[in-house]
Design a protein around this ligand. Sequence first.
Ligand code: FAD
Length: 400
Amino acid sequence: METVLVVGAGQSGFGVATSLRDKGFDGRVVLIGDEPGLPYQRPPLSKGYLAGTAGDAQLRLRPEDFFAEKGIELIPGRVASVDRDGAKVVLEDGSAHEYDHLVLATGAANRVLPVPGSTLDGVFTLRTKDDADVLRAALENAENVVVVGGGFIGLEFAAHAGRPVTIVEAQDRLMARVATPEVSAYFAALHEGAGHTILLGKGVAALHGDGRVAEVELSDGGRLPADLVLVGVGVEPRTRLAEEAGLAVANGVVVDEHLRTSDPKISAVGDCANFPCVQAGTATRLESVQNAVDQGRAAAAAIAGEPAPYDSLPWFWTDQLGAKLQIAGILTGAEKVVVTGDREGGKFSVLSFRDGVLAGVESVNRPPDHIAARRLFAADPAPRFETLEANGFDLKATFA
Ligand code: FAD
């Protein structure tokens, strides 16, 4: 019987396994994961789970009996190496598992702050449920909380920490990598309104303390008292297995339009995969639930004998301080923006254009705009500025 082996039981690995069954694949489906417990989703970790309003049940992707029903074998353990000649993987405990097709769904690991003191007690990152559990407990007794990095993770943490925090960001605005200045400014005001202090354009030079963090030293020499530091400075794709197996790796495991690596018997999906992104017009690595789910589905279809070029529209969301930001498309390289809706009232959308074509739409508390943007992109992957302008930049009217 044919065996598909998936390394990594996170969002995308789970997606591959379930999609294979949805496609009618009747061979063995084996999901190997190095985290304890059943596969779970990460978004609540920096939102409701952190705030204590969501529990284990909200994290779990499916209950235990689902896996038995679907014939998905869960194997706990960490894969230490891939033996391509022998078509098998070897776990750290020495056990070997053969495959006909292998999927790497190993995700990403948090970047460590490259400064002295980054391993002191009281310095945390947030990626796993274990991280969130430790962080939640530490928050109860923390007085001075500093967040390093004003990206999604740092800001969601700040929003759900339940107390004022100081956010240190090296760029000159929040969420600079993925949001337009208009949206950055809105969220900066929101966080300041909630009592958070935002320090922009400042790096961190060192963390000080005697075993436990007590102070954050900034790049300009300033010092902040801190007994809890959350570092959210991005992730690195987990590519060691692929590299050591001799697969092509460049900012992620390099895959083609069918999510296949340089070895046709091995695919890669989710945060660890660098794929040819139609919307970006270049090889891209994305870190989102949408990307993990859709790539899991596409890789499964290819394995099940129904390959179709991967071209799903990237989209993303974040929840902070009662505001929901949803992004459809890829904003990179956009040179022109149009703001629609009620910015002052906190319900607006920002349309970004690249070379006269709509590249992405950020919607703040305007879910109908987000849905309309996704429908518009589905109907026309390259809506022109003039077309939208003629419709008063009304997304719904444009695709109707
Ligand atoms: P992961 O979910 O990280 O799964 C990879 C799994 O592989 C992990 O369990 C890892 O331990 C395991 N693994 C790695 N190497 C091995 C090995 N050698 N052997 C066995 N197992 C291995 N996205 C959104 O779109 N919206 C959000 O609001 C949002 N919020 C987020 C909040 C947090 C706190 C985090 C951390 C992420 C959030 N994301 C969000 C991003 C989203 O969760 C990720 O993009 C998604 O989980 C990626 O799925 P993945 O399967 O590629 O990786």
